[in-house]
Design a protein around this ligand. Structure first.
Ligand SMILES: Cc1cc2nc3c(=O)[nH]c(=O)nc-3n(C[C@H](O)[C@H](O)[C@H](O)COP(=O)(O)OP(=O)(O)OC[C@H]3O[C@@H](n4cnc5c(N)ncnc54)[C@H](O)[C@@H]3O)c2cc1C
Length: 366
């Protein structure tokens, strides 16, 4: 099967990898001058999130799928992607501790919660806190290294094009007649237009993996795309490495080169995806409150998370053109969601396996 993937961030990479492994020919088109969320994310895998310490959706299934696929990719590309890193978080007051204890007593949570974590050097390098709590089965995935390794392999094989995809060319690439020009209102591209014989088509399938920019794809603009911009800082300290992730009001995440990823902000309303001075100020204020050792801010970046209004993935085929698919909606948790979600979509595409109803785009009418 010949497949074109539009957008090669985390979604395009993992799905493309699975399809190639299954014997498909996969070409990629990506506009690398655009900022990708996968290039800016910390890649934290954290099964317990939020102020109420809630277990993430389907995390018991997602975690083993994630570890297996990322570690397979490490072997395939000979790069380090998966870092088992403990997560220590601050409890700010008695209320937090009560909430934590309630969760700890729940058998479904016990495996993930550590009431007495080893905070390592955190107390020596950061302000005192009411108490520490730990989350087990956490990790950091180096998404930027993964995407770069897969891109380099695809480029080397002549299957990667560095350019913005022109949606006007899409019908011809699937051997279809041009659509009627009113696609972004959810019009059905196949309506009233006879399809050319399938053998004339350069591609058997096109899969759209554009992250938050899917809102500009006229074929899938009818879906309830959100978008949450996040700014982050990159920081160097002179102190010995922390060797664990720390969640206070912001995350402090050790990187393999000894620096820290610090973030992130969350803006549902944004004019662009460029780093913002106000968010820089916000993050540097939080950092100043937190660290008690000398540090230098060495970078400031921003990108947009591909969120969805009902907070679930967007997987499946276009309602009128089954050859046109989407893999999107990885939101704030792409590192943990994408490995299993890419398996669901690959099995749907290659074996006709049904998608879980809660992630299938059929839940939205065009
Ligand atoms: C600040 C921040 C922190 C985050 N931290 C975490 C975290 O700790 N843990 C976690 O799990 N997740 C985190 N995320 C979320 C995670 O980054 C995303 O869920 C995931 O990377 C989304 O991957 P994607 O492939 O869907 O999108 P992207 O990575 O954005 O990739 C989309 C690609 O499509 C390309 N593209 C778009 N339109 C076109 C077009 N028309 N033509 C050609 N190419 C196109 C873009 O150039 C881009 O390369 C974070 C995100 C941000 C912004």
């Amino acid at each position: 099967m010949k497949i074109l993937i539009i957008g090669q961030g985390l979604a395009g990479t993992l799905l493309g990898y699975r399809l190639e492994r299954a014997g498909c020919h996969v070409d990629y088109v990506d506009a690398p001058e655009q900022t990708a969320a996968s290039d800016v994310a910390a890649g934290i895998i954290n099964p317990i999130t939020g102020r109420r310490f809630v277990k993430s959706w389907r995390i018991d299934e997602l975690l083993p799928a994630a570890r297996d696929l990322y570690q397979e990719l490490e072997r395939t590309y000979g790069v380090k992607i998966w870092y088992d890193l403990p997560l220590v978080r601050s409890l700010f007051n008695r209320g937090d501790r009560n909430d934590w204890e309630v969760r700890s007593a729940d058998p479904g949570y016990a495996e993930y919660l550590d009431d007495h974590p080893d905070p390592g050097r955190i107390p020596e390098q950061t302000v005192p806190v009411f108490a520490y709590a730990g989350v087990r089965h956490t990790a950091r995935v180096d998404l930027a290294t993964l995407v770069a390794a897969h891109r380099s392999a695809s480029s080397g094989a002549g299957r990667f094009r560095a350019q913005a995809f022109d949606y006007a060319t899409l019908p011809a690439l699937l051997g279809k007649q041009p659509a009627d020009g009113a696609l972004n209102a959810g019009a059905r591209p196949g309506e009233g237009a006879g399809a050319a014989p399938a053998s004339a088509a350069p591609y058997d399938r096109i899969i759209c993996c554009e992250g938050w920019r899917a809102r500009f794809n006229p074929y899938f603009a009818y879906l309830p795309h959100g978008g949450m911009k996040g700014d982050v800082l990159l920081v160097r300290t002179t102190a010995p490495p922390l060797e664990r992730m720390f969640k206070h009001r912001i995350f402090l995440v050790p990187q393999s080169d000894g620096t820290y990823w610090v973030g992130a902000t969350s803006d549902n309303r944004f004019a662009d995806d460029a780093p913002s001075p106000a968010n820089y100020q916000f993050l540097s204020d939080r950092l100043e409150e937190l660290l008690t050792v000398p540090y230098t801010i060495i970078g400031h970046r921003a990108a947009v998370r591909p969120t969805v209004r009902d907070r679930r993935l967007l997987l499946g085929s276009h309602p009128s053109w089954p050859e046109l698919l989407i893999f999107n909606g990885l939101g704030t948790k792409g590192a943990s969601l994408a490995p299993l979600a890419s398996r669901w979509l690959a099995d749907y595409l290659l074996a006709g396996a049904p998608l879980p109803a809660e992630v299938d785009i059929q839940r939205f009418a065009p």
